[in-house]
Design a protein around this ligand. Sequence first.
Ligand code: FRU
Length: 735
Amino acid sequence: MRSPLSVLAILPLLCAVFDLSAADVRGEGDEVFADFEGADFGAWKVEGTAFGAGPAQGKVGDQWAVEGFHGHGLANSFHGGDAAEGKLVSPPFAIRRHFISFLIGGGGWEGRTCINLVIDGKIARTAAGPNTEPGGSEKLVPSGWDVGELAGKTASIEIVDAATGGWGHITVDDIVFTDAKPPLATRMLSYPSREIVADRWLNLPVKTGARKRTVLISRKGDGQIERRLEIELADGEPEWWGSLDVSPWRGETLCVSVDKLSSDSRGLERVASTATPIGRENLHGEALRPQFHFSAQRGWLNDPNGLAFYNGEYHMFFQHCPFSWSHAPNFWGHATSKDLVHWQELGDALAPDEFGGIWSGSGVVDSKNTSGLGESGKPPFVLVYTAGGQTQRIASSTDGRTFTKFAGNPVVKNITEGNRDPKVIWHEPTQQWVMVLYVELDHRHTVHFLTSPNLRDWTLASVLKGDAIGGNFLFECPDLFALPLDGDAKQMKWILSAANTEYVVGSFDGKTFAAETEKLPGQRGGKPQSREWSDWSYYAPQTFSDEPKGRRVQIGWWQTVTRGMPFNQSMSLPFELRLVSTGEGPRLAWKPVEEVASLRGEAHALQPFKLTPETANPLAAISGELLEIEAEFEPEGEAEVTFSVRGVPLIYDAKQQVLTVNGRHAPAPLEKGRQTLTIFADRTGIEILASGGRTFIPVPLNLDPKETSLSLAARRASVQFRRLEVYELRSIWGR
Ligand code: FRU
C-alpha cells in the first residue's frame, strides 16, 4: 500500500495555483462590466428561470447563506432551487484589458454551472464554481481569465446553469476588465494534477471496469482546457493503455488533471507522452480481435459516422471511447481505406468539448464549396454531428486528416431534449443539402427534414411522424438514400432507415418523404420464438456519401462483445444495398461489396452434387478460422439442411422456409425453389445472407478458437447443391 502522501507528493505540480492573496483588488482604471447592483439585468439577456427576473440580494429561498459577493446584488441561479436552469448572456463588448476578473460560487460542473467567455460563437474561456461535493460553501471566490491574446476581439459573457442535481446552480458577481492579474481559473483548482511535456501521444493507464474519472488536459501557457476525457483509470497496474493524439501541442507543457484520485492511486504518475502509443506490441493479434471486421485499436466503439469517400480514400469515423471499454462521452475515431476492406486507424478526429461528447452524424464532400469552408481550390470535407445529444454542429477539413469545428456552431439549435444523429445528403434535383434528424417529439420518435444551401443555415422543411406507417416511428440514426428498383434507373425509390435497420420505401421531393410501404424489418434473426423481431445486433448502420462507383454501401455497428480485450465491439462488413421487387413489394437486399473477395485465400469449390440424408459430410476435409461459404441449393420436399460452421449450427427448413442460426429464427424464402446462402465466420461472430441477400442475419458470437471444422448434412429429403464454395479468408490486418 502506498501512503496517502502520494497525492500530496504531486501537489507541488499543481498547474493552477489558486492564489487567494491576489484577490479582491480593484486596480486603477479597472472597468466594471457588471456588478449586478441594478433592479434588473439591464442589457443582459435572460433565458430560463433559474436567474429570476433580476439580481438576487444574497441567498434565494432556502439556499444557504451566500457570502463573498460585493455590494447588495449578484447573479444567482437558485430561483427554483437546483432543479431550475437558465442563462444570462451579456451584450457584446470589445476586449481591451489583459484580464477579466469575477467572483464565482455555486456548482463546479464544468460546462453546466459556469461562466463562459464567448467569441464568434465559441467558448474561449470558461470557469465553473467551486463545489461538486455535498457540503461545501456558498461563498463566492475570486477568479478570472487571462485574455491578453484576445485583445481587440468582440466577446460576450454567458453565465450558465444547465445542471439540475446537487450544486446545480451558479453565483457570479463583479465582472471586471482589468490589467491586474486575478487568480486564474483553469477549472482544476482542486484537482490532482501534473505537468508533462507533450510528444506525439499522451498515454493513460486503463483498467476495464475501473471507476470512470474525468481527466482534463490543458496547456500550461494559457490554462485553456484542450481535452476532456472520461477514463477507466487504472489506479494500480494498467490492463491496457489509451492514447490521445497531442501532436498539436508537441513540445509544449501540458497539465493533466484528474477530478478524483484515490490516495494510493498511481494513475496520474503513470501518464506518459511518447512518440508511438504505449502497449500496442500485439496489436490485432489479440485472441478476440476480429480479423476481417474493423474494430478500434483500443477502447469502446459504437455507431459508424461520417462515412464518405474523399481525396481518394474511404473515410470511416466512429463513436469511440479510447479510454474506456464501455460507453463514455464519445470521440469520433477515424480510419481510412482504399478498398473498404483494409482499414488504417488514425488518431481521433473530433474530441468531446464543453458541449459534451461528439455523438453520431455524417460526412459529405462539399464539392461546390457551398459552405465556404474550402481552401485554395480544395473542396472541404464537412462532418455533421450532434454535440452531447443537444445541438447539431459541423466540422471541416481540406486534407482529410485535421478537422476544425466550425466557429459559427451550432448550425441547428436544440429542438427538443432528444434530437440527434444528423445524416446529410446532397439532393441533386433541388440543388440543396438535406438533413434527416432523429427528434423525439412528445415522447414519440419522429424524423425531421431540414434543408440548407450551404451546410451552415438550416430550415425545417417537414416532420415525419409516421402515424400512417406504424405509429411510433423510426428510432435514432436515420439514413436517407435513393436506389433503383431492380437496377432500373427509371424506377428510383427513396429509402428512409433507422438504427435498428427498420426502413420505409417511398418518394422524396427534397422536402417531404412520402411513404409507400409500412415500416419494414431490416436485419433478421430475432430471439427464439419470435420470427419477426430483430435482435439489433447490427445497429446504427450508415451508407457512404460520394461513393465513387455509385454504389450504396452500408456499414453497421456490429455488437460483438470482447471481454478481457483492450477493445470492445466492431463494425460489420461493408455491404452493397439493392432494392428488389418481391411478391410483397420492394425490399432491401444486402450483399458484401465485391472488394471483400480480395480476402479469399485457399478456395475449395465442390462440383454440383446431390446431398442425401445418407451422404457423408462433404466438408469433412475443410477447416479454417476465417471463412466464407457460398452455397446455392434446391431442397426437395421437406428437406432440412444443416451446416455446422465452427460448431455453430445453421439449419434451413425448406418446409417452413426458415433459417435457424444458433437458436434464432429468420424467414428465408426460396426463390424459384432455390436457396442462396453466404456465410462469413470471423472470431467474434457469423454474418449470414440468405434468400439472395433479402434475409440478413448478423450473429455476434465468440467462436471457439479450437473448433475450426465444417460439416453439412441433409435430413428428411435430399438437396441438390448447384454451387458450394468455401474460402479461407486472410486477415485484413496483414497477419
Ligand atoms: C446510437 C446512439 C446515437 C447517439 C450515439 C451516442 O447507438 O445512441 O443515437 O448519437 O449512439 O454514442
